[in-house]
Design a protein around this ligand. Structure first.
Ligand SMILES: [Zn+2]
Length: 273
C-alpha cells in the first residue's frame, strides 16, 4: 500500500500568523540547525501563492459552448485548440530569495503563501532529519519542508483512509465557512464569518480521528487547521518510526528550533492519504 504522509507543526493558538520578519528568523534558525540547506549550497527554496493558482484556474476554465456550426464546418474545421494543461499553469514555483528581498518579504505577507525546500541527499549534504528516529543511510528519504502562511485557515483531513479527522467548518451561528482553495481541492476556512462577524476558533472544535500509526481512535482540539505551519511533506518517504508501527514524532531539536524562533508553543499531527 502506498501511504502518502504529511506532518504538520502548528501553533497551539491556531489563529497565530507570524510577521514576515519572524518567519525570516525561523528560516535562519532552521538553516543554522542544518534542517535546510544554506542558500549558497544550491537547492534553494521556491514559493507559490494561492492567488496564482486561482488565476490559472480561471484562465483555463472552458469558455461558454459555441453555437452549433454548419455541418461542413464541423467536418472541415481544424481540431479544437489545445487546452492548456492546468497543472502546467499552476505549477509555477518562483525562486524564493534568501537573504530576504522585498519580493520574499511581500510573499510572506501574502493572502496565502507556501515556501518550500526539496530535500534530497540528506546525508551527503550533511543535513539533519527533522524526525526523532533517523532514517537508514542506505535509503535516504526525499521530502519537502514547507512553511505555509495564510489569512484564512488552511485545513487537512487527518486520515483519508477512513475520512476521519476533518474539522467542522461551521461558525457558531451555523454558517459554513469552508471554501475550495482553487485549483486544488484543498479546503480553506474563512477566518471571519460573513454572516455574524464572529471569528472561527479551531480550538473550540473537537476532532475525532483514527491514528494512522496505531489504529486507535483519538480526539484532538483543532485538528489540522492553521494560519501558519511548518510542514514536512514526506510523500512516500514515510518516517521510519511509522514504518515500525509507531507515531512519527519530530525531534526535540527540530521542535525547539521552531518554537524558539517563533516564540510560541506548537503541536504536531500527521495526515495519512
Ligand atoms: Zn457566524
Amino acid at each position: 500500500m502506498g501511504v502518502y504522509y504529511t506532518h504538520y507543526l502548528i501553533p497551539l493558538d491556531n489563529s497565530f500568523r507570524p510577521e514576515p520578519e519572524r518567519i525570516a528568523a525561523l528560516i535562519d534558525a532552521l538553516t543554522g540547525a542544518r534542517f535546510i540547506p544554506r542558500p549558497q549550497a544550491g537547492g534553494g527554496p521556491t514559493y507559490f501563492l494561492d492567488d496564482w493558482g486561482r488565476e490559472a484556474a480561471e484562465r483555463s476554465t472552458p469558455a461558454a459552448p459555441e453555437p452549433p456550426k454548419p455541418w461542413w464546418k464541423r467536418i472541415f474545421a481544424s481540431s479544437a485548440p489545445a487546452r492548456t494543461n492546468l497543472l502546467d499553469l499552476v505549477n509555477i514555483h518562483r525562486p524564493f530569495a534568501i537573504p530576504l528581498t522585498e519580493e520574499s518579504l511581500a510573499a510572506l505577507a501574502d493572502r496565502a503563501v507556501t515556501v518550500g525546500w526539496t530535500i534530497e541527499y540528506l546525508f551527503a549534504k550533511g543535513l539533519a532529519y527533522p524526525f526523532e528516529q533517523s532514517p537508514s543511510r542506505d535509503d535516504p528519504p526525499n521530502y519537502r519542508l514547507l512553511i505555509e502562511a495564510s489569512e484564512d485557515f488552511r485545513t487537512e483531513t487527518i486520515d483519508h483512509y477512513d475520512e476521519t479527522g476533518a474539522i467542522d467548518p461551521h461558525c457558531r451561528c451555523g454558517e459554513d465557512l469552508s471554501y475550495m482553495r482553487a485549483p486544488f481541492e484543498d479546503l480553506a476556512i474563512r477566518r471571519l464569518c460573513p454572516s455574524c462577524g464572529a471569528s472561527f476558533e479551531p480550538r473550540e472544535k473537537l476532532v475525532t480521528f483514527t491514528n494512522g500509526a496505531t489504529g486507535e481512535s483519538e480526539v484532538i482540539h483543532g485538528g489540522i487547521c492553521y494560519r501558519f505551519a511548518v510542514v514536512v511533506d514526506c510523500g512516500k518517504s514515510v518516517p521510519p518510526a511509522i514504518e515500525d508501527g509507531k507515531e512519527g514524532k519530530l525531534s526535540r531539536r527540530f521542535l525547539d528550533t521552531c518554537s524558539e524562533a517563533l516564540g510560541v508553543e506548537l503541536y504536531e499531527l500527521g495526515s495519512y492519504s
